[in-house]
Each structure stands twice: as C-alpha cells, then as structure tokens.
Design a protein around this ligand. Structure first.
Ligand code: GLV
Ligand code: MN
Ligand code: MN
Length: 424
C-alpha cells in the first residue's frame, strides 16, 4: 500500500491511554516504601477479575464484538469491510507478578484499545478486522507455564491440560479459578481462525533503549526459556547438636544450587542468564536443619544450543551434590520454550513505521517471554518496545514515560493500519 492511501495525520490520544493505564493500575494497587505505585494482579484472582471486568467494560463501550474463550482469553474485534478477511490482532496480558508495575502487559492491551478508539473517532474503516486481546496467565507467576493462555490459543498446549494446572501459591486448579471469576467462556480454544498478523506493544523491561537514548525497540526475537522446579529432600535435626559432617541439610544444598546457577551463567557468558527466584525451606525455623527445600531455576538464552548445555550442566550438578550431601533431588519442568524469531517482513514494517513517524529505533531480542512468541506459531508476528525507566520491570518502581507510551502506541496504530489496510 502506498503512503497516500493512509490517513495522514492520525495519532492516538496519549492522555486517554495514560488515564486508562492509571485506572487499571488502581485494581490490585500496591505501594512501595518510597511511594512507588505498583500492582499485584495475579492470574485468576479477584483482582484479575476486577481488571478483566474494567477492560471488558471499555471494550463494550467502544462497541466491539467481545469473545471470551475456554481458557479465559478475551478478544475484542472491530469488523473490517471484507467479511472473509482474517483479523489483524494486537494485545498482551493484564495479569501481573505479585510485585508488578502498571505497564507490563497492560500497555499492549490498552494501546490496542486506544488504536481502535482512534480509528473509530476518525471514522477509518479497514479491510481486515482489527482485534485486541488479553491473554490469560501470561506471567506464569501463579500457574506455570508462562504465556499459558496464548499457548493454548495457538494450539501449543491441550486445553484440558491447561485447565488442570495447579497454582503454586494455594494449590487451586486453574479451571476452577477460571469458573469462579466468571471467565470460562464459550468460544473454542485453540482459535479456529489464525490472525492475518499479530503485533504487540510492550515495555522493554530492560535497560538498553534508555541507555542508548532510543525511543522504539524493534523486536526481532525472544530468547529461550527453561524453568525447573527443584525439590531437595534431606533430614531435619537439631542445629546445635548435629555435627556438620553428619547433616543432610536441604537448605545448604539449595544455597549451593543457587550459587551454581549464578556461576554457570557467568561462565557460559554471552546472553546466558540464570535466576533462582523462589526458595522455600521446611520447616523454616532458626534452630532446625531444613528437611526440605523447593526452589526454581530460571535459565534463558537466545541460543538454543547453549541453553541446552546450561540445562545439562545443571542436571549434572544436581546429581553430584545429591550424592555428596546425602540428599535426594527431584526436578519438574515448569516451562520450556525455544527461542523464537519474529516474521522479518513484519519486523521491517515496525521499523519503517517508527522511522516514518520520526522515532529513533534499535533492533533487539526480547529477554522476557511474551504472548507474541506464541502467536508467532500461527501467524506473522512482531513486537514494538518502549523504554523502561532504569530498565526496571517485575518491580513496583516499573515506569515508562508518558511521551514514550504515546510514541509506542502511535507506532502500533500505524503498523496495524498498514496491515489491516484502510478501505478508501
Ligand atoms: C514472563 O513475563 C517472563 O518473561 O517471565
Ligand atoms: Mn509482559
Ligand atoms: Mn511480566
């Protein structure tokens, strides 16, 4: 489509988008010690229901066709002029980690709504429908794996298996929680219709764009993710009377595993990262040697080969330390996704669109997981990043400047419009 076919001066209303981000952020709002305003809206909790209800209300206010599917994904569609054309889709998630911010995921969903409101106000019709989705349980903080809703949407996990996943915090079954909050919908999942394309706006969640003074990140890929839950069984005993050589200390072994993970990432170098984010010891008392430790190891790399090597070395270390310390160790995979490369022409389109609007750009891989990587299984997909202040995310101090939010949404608007083609 040549440039003259595009409405020339169409821009989102940045203030309206910001106001929605603030209003949605009030549901599950938490405050930091220094007054930072964060959000705790874990998947399928009452707070998640509150956030969902608010966003669905906005979708209805805009006259969109709202569908809730069997895993609780919500898709709101503005029709196109061609009844047979597949929708151009955007979206993200509105669940957060327990110490989350107001932008992670929420930005992509609300920017999508802002795009549709802008098009409606300007009375711009498109050939393809445009759909805005929010996907269930992107974070994986309560129900693993992460990106669960979009994974099922794209046919990567059986619906029944997903409904049977159990929460790490309270042992609730996902399907029961979905029903409890009223979001076990009638639309079949996986989707019957592959989108024409999927483009997601998201905060970078890292420091690169800010560091380089760049406004728009053009995301080429998402790194591979490996989450393992490790359970160490030792023997509890008296902290004062048990000689060091006679202990089977699950807490000590957990600490060694965490140290090993850190060393492993440093040794492998490059893009390898490793995190032990959860660690519970039993009985968790000052004067008792822990009998059990449950911890998680999050390994990520843009290079699948190196990620596999990291997993293998972790496995070898667990076997060695179990033998040395007289404990047993069991592992359970919580999530495993290979690196994903986005569709080059769609990535090029994001870049060209940002340049057309006068923004500086930088190509980069995503360090975080995203719903877009699941949609990439069924349609051409790409992502747009906006800078994160101090590179912070999964932190209540997460922030993105209003001007950057508006810039990202404007790039999203124009990219979606090119993909959906204005019917002039
Ligand atoms: C999900 O957001 C992740 O990257 O952990
Ligand atoms: Mn996210
Ligand atoms: Mn996140």
């Amino acid at each position: 489509m040549d440039d003259t076919a595009r409405p020339p001066h169409l821009h989102v209303d940045g203030d309206r988008l910001w106001a929605r981000l603030v209003e949605l952020g009030e549901i599950g709002a938490i405050k930091g010690r220094n007054g930072e305003e964060g959000c705790c809206r874990l998947a399928l909790t009452d707070a998640d229901r509150g956030g969902r209800d608010l966003v669905v209300g906005w979708m209805h206010d805009l006259g969109l066709d709202v569908a809730v599917d069997a895993i609780g994904n919500v898709v709101a569609t503005r029709p196109g002029t061609d009844p047979d054309a597949a929708p151009v889709m955007t979206g993200s998630h509105i669940d957060t980690v327990a110490t989350g911010g107001r932008f992670d995921g929420n930005l992509g969903v609300l920017a999508g709504l802002e795009v549709l409101e802008t098009l409606a106000q300007a009375d711009v019709r498109t050939v393809h429908p445009i759909a805005v989705a929010f996907f269930t349980d992107e974070e994986g903080a309560r129900f693993a794996p992460d990106m669960l809703g979009s994974l099922v949407f794209a046919g990567g996990m059986a619906l029944e298996d997903a409904l049977d996943v159990v929460a790490v915090d309270d042992g609730a079954r996902l399907g029961d929680e979905l029903t409890r909050i009223g979001y076990a919908g009638p639309t079949p999942c996986p989707t019957a219709v592959a989108p024409h394309a999927y483009v997601e706006l998201h905060i970078e969640q890292g420091p690169v764009l800010e560091d380089e003074g760049v406004t728009i990140g053009v995301v080429e890929s998402v790194q591979g993710i490996s989450w393992t839950e490790v359970t160490v069984e030792g023997r509890s005993g008296h902290a004062g009377t048990t000689p060091m050589a006679l202990r089977r200390d699950a807490g000590y072994v957990a600490a060694e595993i965490a140290t090993f993970a850190r060393r492993l990432a440093t040794e492998l170098g490059g893009a390898q990262v490793a995190t032990v984010g959860r660690l519970d010891v039993v009985p968790d008392l000052v004067n008792v040697i822990p009998s059990q430790a449950v911890l998680t190891v999050d390994l990520r790399n843009t290079d699948e080969e190196v990620l596999r090597r990291a997993e293998a070395r972790l496995g070898e270390f667990l076997a060695e330390i179990a033998l040395e310390e007289g404990v047993t160790i069991e592992t359970r995979s919580l999530a495993r996704f290979e690196p994903v490369t986005f569709d080059p022409p769609t990535v090029d389109l994001v870049e060209a669109t940002a340049h057309h609007l006068g923004y500086s750009t930088r190509r980069l891989p995503s360090g975080a997981g995203h719903d877009a990587q699941m949609l990439a299984r069924i349609c051409p997909a790409a992502m747009i990043f906006t800078p994160s202040v101090d590179g912070l995310s999964h932190n209540i101090a997460e922030h993105t400047k209003p001007a950057d939010v508006t810039a990202g949404a404007d790039v999203l608007l124009r990219t979606l419009l090119v993909l959906a083609q204005p019917s002039v």
